[in-house]
Design a protein around this ligand. Structure first.
Ligand SMILES: C[S@@+](CC[C@H](N)C(=O)[O-])C[C@H]1O[C@@H](n2cnc3c(N)ncnc32)[C@H](O)[C@@H]1O
Length: 263
């Protein structure tokens, strides 16, 4: 019987945010642990979380290398190498736990690995243990609500550029900007230009011992400085002009106009 490849969400850094379901999996001694790192020189952030949680790795565990690149060929080679590393264990009937920082289905390498493994061997089962992602943990730390009542939220990698982010402003009350590192100075200029600094929060390595947070105009101090790849921006847009709600979950005092009637 072939083993199952698990995506074990660990939350963004605070071991207290590891779910009971993930914790139970991590207690197993029959499963193999694998965890990602960008290079042999960079420690695995996911492995660091389990170590800070006081969890001991099982006898068999391995680091998988996933370079930080947009080069499709290099990425595909890394996914294949990783898949070939875990397949012998899975084919021998062992379950493999891939440790994921944050949530395993949110911008995680796990999806690529699972697809590559399944392409090589369709017998392998895949399961995901859901977890806390970085942006909800960041909102809790600030603290600021992620979304209230009928708020609209966009979660986007900032990599599409400031003009793409700017185009979202009319439609969203909260913008979560992921992967902000390479564009941080441009994003700070944009926040200032658009008068959004008052509702903006920068959070780096949320939940880790070296977490940093900057809110409002304090964010300006980050211009020209080096920040971690593990950082994001939460931007609240208080000046947004909202459209009329057609239907909602709240009880109306009068009858709700039907779409057809109001058309
Ligand atoms: C590849 S995505 C991983 C997302 C993660 N799986 C999650 O559920 O939050 C990496 C991006 O997520 C954000 N991120 C992940 N962990 C973070 C942390 N501990 N603190 C702040 N931002 C984080 C950053 O924007 C980073 O560039």
């Amino acid at each position: 019987m072939t083993g199952t490849l698990y995506g074990i969400s660990l939350g963004p850094g605070d071991p207290g945010l590891i779910t009971r379901a993930a914790w139970a999996q991590l207690q197993r001694r029959d499963a193999v642990w694998v965890y990602p790192a960008r290079s042999g020189k960079t420690p695995s952030y996911a492995f660091d979380i389990v170590q800070r949680a006081g969890l001991e790795p099982p006898a068999e565990h391995a680091l998988l290398l996933f370079p930080m690149t947009h080069d499709g060929e290099k990425l595909a080679r890394a996914w294949l190498r990783a898949a070939e590393t875990v397949l012998p264990w899975l084919r021998a009937g062992r379950d493999v736990l891939f440790l994921v920082e944050g949530d395993a289905s949110t911008y995680a390498t796990f999806g690529h690995l699972a697809r590559t493994v399944r392409a090589l061997d369709a017998q392998v089962g895949v399961k995901i243990i859901a977890g806390v992602n970085a942006f909800t943990a960041a909102c809790a730390e600030v603290p600021v609500p992620f979304a209230e009542q009928d708020d609209t939220v966009a979660i986007v990698p900032a990599a599409y550029g400031v003009s793409a982010v700017d185009r979202l402003l009319p439609d969203f009350d909260t913008l979560v900007l992921m992967k902000v590192k390479p564009l941080l100075d441009e994003l700070i200029d944009w926040l200032e230009r658009r008068d959004l600094l008052a509702g903006a929060h920068f959070i780096e390595r949320v939940g880790a011992p070296d977490e940093r947070r900057f809110s409002g105009r304090d964010i300006l101090a980050l211009r020209g400085t080096k920040v971690s790849y593990l950082s994001l921006l939460i931007v609240k847009h208080p000046h947004r002009i909202r459209g009329e709600r057609i239907k909602g979950c709240l009880k109306k005092s009068g009858p709700l106009p039907l779409l057809e009637e109001s058309a």
